[in-house]
Design a protein around this ligand. Structure first.
Ligand code: SIN
Length: 545
């Protein structure tokens, strides 16, 4: 790379950089942009630079910028949606630092929709006010990804490594010294020796049969961090989006919650609205409530159809506010102008992930993490809609500050890292990539039961046995191993939490319980064992830093 050195250690090309960033969604790129003034940054991404969950976000960015809003109100909505499991200091930081980072994003060229020259805000479920910025109607993520990607490509300190999959974090005497990656279908190696490594690999929607996420969302960061010995927090909380298009396509096409925010209604197959039976906020109830209601209505109805009725919007709003969604629906043969479209819930977002503090420290020296693959207690048991891009922006910047402050590796440590033997990498049979999503949808999905969860844990523990060390694994084999380990961890956490809260709903424990108002932490305790512990929720607000 431009300001770094590249050498060869027999079977592996060694790249020396100050910062290694794994993942090119908003969390990874925003951190990279803020690190660039401090030294060479390698951004490692297993697909193309723009292929991330960020790219496909529709609804927008929740931020307390409108004069009718305040960070305190945004914080209250986030805490309420989080169903008692948010850490208040994390929410405090997100909502108070949000306006500044969004202004910075606009300063870097992001174009958000305006009305009469002023920024226009839409509304989404569980927000008490209009506070969601959006771009090109319903293509907010693509705009954010465009600005972050273009800015990163322009900076000489940042080198992008596409089609390079992180395979294993390199740990020497307890500290992270970089990452071993695989670069080609034949499994060629590239080793990044870095002073600081950031895991920002995004989510794991691909663990479920129905998901709104792109195929890159295979929970790689959780697998990498688990094998390296990091703690994982709140993995049982997987958010299902209530309104993905119920056609044969895969992944499922997301129909933004903003459509309901502008007035669309959910109807059963008799054409009756049903949300009033489930929550006083009806279509704008928290996402977990709406997803379960849709799922329940589908199960009660033999033809498994629930619909989204766009007609309350009127055709002008439909076309002006949601041009991308309407065009895509037309392309797939659906015409919301003429009648309701069929919808289904689909896995959308992981609230849990690598446990971090409020600056992205993971507990392993020199290893940081940020974005959807993490949990700092921000999203609790159910993320408030449109808080995820803001999460990447706010906590990405904070990670960069912390990473830039740590001194570089000693030259002896750099040498040790470069000379590590080329060890086998965790690889699973690619068939698991089909089997895991079926199992997870059935047994670890929207409505769970102890019997199904225990069964899933057993099957996943058996599948673990098929993960083997391979010297030249392919990228799909690496993904299969990460998916298998993460699925096993999610099922274990879901089995452990004997209550219902937010997105984690158990038929055998249908109530929330104060006794379970705690984070569940998982950590590797032996090669095939998970250690489980609990941690209290942090409740006191802090002064922004
Ligand atoms: C949506 O547009 O409904 C998705 C927004 C989000 O997941 O935050």
């Amino acid at each position: 790379m431009r300001d770094s050195t590249s050498s060869s250690n027999e079977a592996v090309e060694v790249v020396r950089c100050r910062f290694a960033i794994i993942g090119s969604g908003i969390a990874g790129l925003w951190t990279a942009l803020h690190l660039a003034p401090s030294g060479p940054v390698a951004v490692i991404t297993k697909s193309k630079l723009r292929e991330s969950n960020t790219q496909y976000a529709q609804g927008g960015i929740a931020v307390a910028l409108p004069h009718t809003d305040s960070p305190l109100l945004h914080k209250q909505d986030t805490l309420e949606a989080g169903a008692g499991l948010c850490d208040e200091p994390a929410v405090d930081i997100l909502t108070r630092e949000g306006p500044e980072v969004v202004r910075e994003l606009i300063g870097r060229g992001a174009q958000f929709d305006r009305q009469n020259g002023r920024l226009h805000y839409t509304r989404e479920a569980a927000h008490r006010t209009r506070r969601i910025l959006h771009s090109h109607g319903d293509a907010t993520g693509a705009e954010v990804q465009r600005v972050a990607s273009d800015s990163a490509v322009e900076l000489p300190q940042i080198q992008i490594y596409e089609e390079t999959a992180a395979a294993e974090l390199l740990i020497v005497e307890g500290e992270c010294v970089g990452v071993e990656a695989v670069t080609t279908p034949e499994g060629q190696r590239r080793r990044f020796v870095a002073d600081h490594t950031l895991v920002a690999t995004g989510g794991g929607g691909w663990l479920y049969k129905y998901s709104t996420n792109p195929p890159v969302a295979t929970a790689d960061g959780v697998g990498l961090a688990f094998r390296a010995g990091a703690a994982l927090q709140d993995l049982e909380f997987v958010q299902f989006h209530p309104t993905a298009l119920a056609d044969a396509g895969y992944p499922k096409y997301l129909i933004s919650e903003a459509v309901r925010g502008e007035g669309a209604l959910l109807l059963n197959s008799q054409g009756e609205a049903f949300m009033q039976q489930y929550h006083r906020l009806k279509e704008l109830a928290p996402r977990d409530v709406v997803a379960r209601a849709v799922f329940t209505e589908m199960a009660a109805d033999n033809n498994h159809q629930v619909y989204l009725d766009f007609s309350p919007l009127g055709e002008t709003v439909m076309h002006e506010r949601f041009p991308g969604i309407i065009a895509e629906l037309h392309r797939r043969g659906f015409h919301p102008e003429n009648g309701p479209v069929p919808i289904t819930p689909a896995a959308h977002y992981m609230m849990g992930g690598i446990a971090t503090d409020l600056h992205g420290h993971t507990g392993i020296p020199r290893l940081f993490a940020c974005g959807e693959c993490t949990s700092c207690g921000l999203h609790g048991a159910n993320r408030l809609a449109s808080n995820s891009i803001l999460d990447g922006l706010v906590f990405g910047k904070r990670c960069a500050q912390a990473m830039a402050a740590v001194p570089p590796l000693s030259s002896q440590r750099q040498q040790q890292a470069a000379n590590l033997p080329t060890a086998p990498l965790a690889a699973g049979p690619v068939e698991l990539k089909q089997q895991i999503p079926e199992l997870m949808w059935k047994q670890v999905g929207i409505i769970r039961h102890g019997d199904g969860l225990r069964q899933a844990c057993e099957v996943l523990a058996q599948w673990q046995q098929q993960i083997q060390g391979r010297l030249n694994p392919t990228i799909p084999e690496l993904e299969a191993a990460n998916m298998c380990q993460t699925a096993w961890l999610i099922a274990t956490a879901a089995n452990h939490r004997q209550e219902s809260r937010g997105a984690h709903w158990r038929e055998d424990f249908p109530q929330s319980s104060e006794q379970w108002r705690k984070h569940i932490l998982l950590k590797k305790s032996a090669p095939d064992r998970i250690g489980i512990s609990q941690q209290p929720i942090k409740t006191s607000a802090i002064g922004g830093g």
